[in-house]
Write a protein that binds this ligand. Structure first.
Ligand code: FES
Length: 114
């Protein structure tokens, strides 16, 4: 497998008056930059890839991120959460519970600790 983890960060941008809003307006580019920089700092570039994504169809939870191959969805992520996502989830294998999207359409019940 080329990468152990693929982190997709929604950077979709919509018009300011669009009722759906968008992750780009909530700072997702800064999240991706921080993620890439932290991945590099930890020497994980061969194993982990962070990419900008278009709309992930989780707009109301944005900024939205999905991590594969696990299919773990995070919402309301800030730049300040990047280190925890990398250390707890990517390195430690424990998804960051408090950032999981609380909707079983995205995260199954098991992952939500129910
Ligand atoms: S705009 Fe980010 S999930 Fe739709």
């Amino acid at each position: 497998m080329r990468f152990n983890h693929h982190i997709f960060i929604c950077e979709n941008l919509r018009a300011e008056d669009d009722p759906k809003g968008c992750c780009a307006a909530k700072g997702s580019a800064a999240i991706r930059h921080a993620m890439k920089s932290e991945i590099k700092k930890r020497g994980l570039r061969a194993e982990v890839r962070a990419n900008a994504a278009g709309c992930l169809d989780a707009c109301e939870f944005g900024p939205s991120i999905v991590v594969y191959p696990e299919g773990v969805w995070y919402g309301g992520v800030t730049e300040g959460d990047v280190t925890e996502i990398l250390e707890s989830h990517i390195i430690g294998g424990r998804p960051v519970e408090r950032l999981l999207i609380r909707d079983t359409k995205y995260n199954q019940e098991l992952k939500l600790g129910k």
